[in-house]
Design a protein around this ligand. Sequence first.
Ligand SMILES: Nc1ncnc2c1ncn2[C@@H]1O[C@H](COP(=O)(O)OP(=O)(O)O)[C@@H](O)[C@H]1O
Ligand SMILES: [Mg+2]
Length: 254
Amino acid sequence: MAFFEVHNLSRSFGGLKAVSNVSFTVTKNTVKSIIGPNGAGKTTLFNLISGFLPPDEGSVTLETRQLEDLSPDKIAGHGVSRTFQNLKLFHGMTALENVMIGRHTHSRSGFLSGMLSLPWTWVEEKAIVKDSLEVMDFFGIAHLADSEATSLAYGQQRVVELARAMACKPDLLLLDEPAAGLNMKETAEMGKLICKIRDKGVTVLLVEHDMSLVMNISDEILVLSYGEKIAEDSPLAIQQDKEVIRVYLGEDDA
Ligand SMILES: Nc1ncnc2c1ncn2[C@@H]1O[C@H](COP(=O)(O)OP(=O)(O)O)[C@@H](O)[C@H]1O
Ligand SMILES: [Mg+2]
């Protein structure tokens, strides 16, 4: 049985099939990338997996657990965490507080009460601070803990977002264009951090346009076009796939 499996997943908006009958599996402790042109359905696929959108049909299974009918916080509680294509750090909060919000899905008082500053126990908060600082340290940003999150350099904000997603100790991490807007050096750094996440035993699903990053760190690549899976293979095979080159990679990469 696969560690993670998506089976016949579909979702339409009006007449548009944003995700159409997509099936794949992910092996534990690997990086699988999902690539494809803008509008191919990559973010929608992540929204379906993480419970932000209900699927029209299909199933999502993590180990033995069915996820497709659960709410986002239940799915997070079962070990699936994500980042967003557009950075979503909270204004007026420090980097540490932003990371702590990620940790709240694992706390008794829960994500929402954390967000709304409803009371949770002091012992629980102390543990959350400690855990969150540990995650920040893991990503080399512990020294930024007390900085206002949205005033950090963009590349640093992206790492804070990564730390927040890791704070709930996921088994499966979904990253939606983590290198978007990063320069070459920051992108290479992001690649190292993703490998570090995998080395920690977390399985990664990556949506990314930066092909050098994707080809360097992926164990397998799935290609979406107009909501449909058109290829799924090793990085080397994907780079040589004529259909993939035609719809996405283009002549430069051929
Ligand atoms: N909430 C939504 N409502 C209506 N259409 C949507 C919504 N989300 C995505 N779409 C449409 O679904 C298609 C796939 O979008 P998306 O998943 O964002 O693609 P990608 O992430 O691959 O660029 C696009 O045509 C997009 O306009
Ligand atoms: Mg997208």
